[in-house]
Design a protein around this ligand. Structure first.
Ligand code: ATP
Ligand code: MG
Length: 447
């Protein structure tokens, strides 16, 4: 029978054999964000279309070309979120979170949807880890947010990731810069792509991140925003750079980064990998001091970033980074005969309640096939139960790595005896387990 439907272009399945890679990244981002004082926020997958048009900006690629918009009854349309910031800021305002004291720091991992030409590192459904810090205007906030992204990348074991930073100033510096850009591009108007001809009137800065090669060549000698910064913006940028220096974070100032979304002000940054081809930006972010007010909140300075998790995983794979090991079964109980099968269910239930990862036969296999299956799923221990074990009340516990067998009682002592064996095994084979136990023991000594 033919498959009824195929996976849509630009989407991915994560199969159980691969999911440990995602879980590694998810646990590192969660732990690191928490350490920096960020708390998780969860928002809807779709929002009113106007939210993205207002915040991302109506001259951006995202709004002009990439949104999945659906109409519902009435005249409202909804759009699958193309990014996480707009919905997050909407939720922060709507839930009065800013009244709870400042700064507020939130993070999320979520799926995003953009109708793009699918290719390596560019999908139609992709995932972002992002964070937003609200209510802090100081340059230290910029450096701290960059430090969070930097820590995540380092803890994942990534190397050779280049941090580019820039300042795109405030609306005042930008007004002058805008005029300079217009003057520069005007003589080339007819050579620009159709979208950029329109942008030249509405928002000339967008010309700088057009993906067309011809437009990029024309933009090569365009004026640089860094030459147009007002005194305050220039001072802010200097302090961000100084603070990054104190933190030991390497960076390059790249006056060409303007970022693809309209809401940025002052500091913008990108982390770029050279190991995954053209789609190398693994993280992008910056300050967006005007956005909260634009969306109907009290004027509140804010900033954040979003990391593309598919691109992070591609880079980790390309660099041979280590992933968290998948948990394997602690004990497989192989049973022969009906009475043993019933006893197995009873034991398995008790052991699972105690927190052990235990499996047994569900498909009616013979003993040999059960043993083969236990091996395949990498069970740490196996117990074989048959009539004679039930009669004697004792069975052999086999350590699958060493082949060593010990007697184990099937009575009340089973859990304690298995627990003791398991503890020994974990202490000798699992570094994380050992350091956890040792840390726990040290804490106990202090008291
Ligand atoms: P690009 O220039 O590559 O199109 P962007 O400027 O559109 O990126 P942002 O809107 O800043 O990207 O999104 C933040 C991050 O999300 C990017 O740095 C990237 O890692 C990831 N990302 C963006 N679009 C996609 C996509 N279509 N597929 C996979 N990851 C993406
Ligand atoms: Mg894009």
């Amino acid at each position: 029978m033919a498959l009824l439907a195929k996976r849509p272009n630009g989407t991915q399945d994560v199969v159980p054999n691969e999911v440990y890679k995602w879980q590694t990244v998810e646990s590192v981002v969660r732990d690191t964000a928490q350490q920096f004082g960020f708390r998780e926020i969860r928002i809807p997958t779709f929002e009113e279309t106007g939210l993205f048009v207002r915040s991302v900006g109506d001259t951006t690629d995202v709004v002009q070309k990439e949104m999945y918009t659906v109409s519902s009854s009435g005249d409202k349309t909804f759009t699958l979120r193309p990014e996480g910031t707009a919905g997050t800021i909407r939720a922060v305002i709507e839930n009065g979170i800013l009244n709870d004291g400042l700064p507020q720091k939130v993070y999320y991992t979520l799926s995003c949807f953009r109708h793009e030409k699918a290719q390596k590192g560019r999908l139609r459904e992709f995932h972002q880890f992002g964070c937003e810090l609200l209510g802090a205007a100081s340059p230290s906030a910029d450096a701290d947010v960059i430090a969070l992204a930097d820590s995540v990348l380092k803890r994942l074991g990534l190397r050779n990731i280049v941090l580019n930073i820039n300042s795109i100033g405030c609306p005042e510096c930008r007004a002058k810069y805008r005029e300079a850009l217009k003057a520069y591009f005007e003589p080339h108007r007819s050579e620009l792509c159709a979208t950029c001809q329109d942008r030249l009137d509405k928002n000339p800065m967008r010309l700088l991140d057009c993906k067309s090669e011809e437009d990029q060549a024309i933009a090569k000698d365009a004026p640089l925003i860094t030459d147009y910064l007002c005194e305050d913006c220039a001072a802010h940028f200097e302090t961000v750079k100084k603070q990054l220096g104190i933190m030991g974070i390497d960076f390059t100032v790249n006056p060409k980064i303007v970022r693809g979304l309209d809401y940025y002000t002052r500091t913008v940054f990108e982390f770029i990998s050279n190991d995954i081809g053209a789609q190398g930006t693994v993280c992008g972010g910056g300050r967006y001091d005007g956005l909260v007010e634009t969306l109907g909140g009290k004027p509140t300075p804010a900033l954040g970033f979003a990391m593309g998790l598919e691109r992070i995983l591609l880079t980790m794979e390309a660099q041979g980074c280590e992933f968290m090991e998948e948990k394997t079964c602690d004990l497989y109980i192989a049973a022969m005969g009906e009475a043993a099968a019933e006893k197995t269910v009873e034991i398995v239930t008790r052991m699972r309640d105690e927190g052990f990862f235990v499996e047994y036969d569900l498909v009616g296999r013979g003993l040999k096939a059960q043993m083969k299956y236990a091996d395949k799923i990498k069970a740490k221990y196996v117990i074989v139960l048959g009539d004679s074990e039930l009669e004697s009340g004792s069975a052999k516990l086999k350590n699958m790595a060493t082949g060593e067998q010990t007697d184990i009682s099937l009575g009340e002592e089973l859990l304690d005896d298995f627990g003791a064996q398991y503890y020994e095994l974990m202490m000798s084979t699992d570094d994380d387990f050992r350091s956890f136990v040792e840390a726990f023991a040290d804490n106990g000594d202090d008291k």
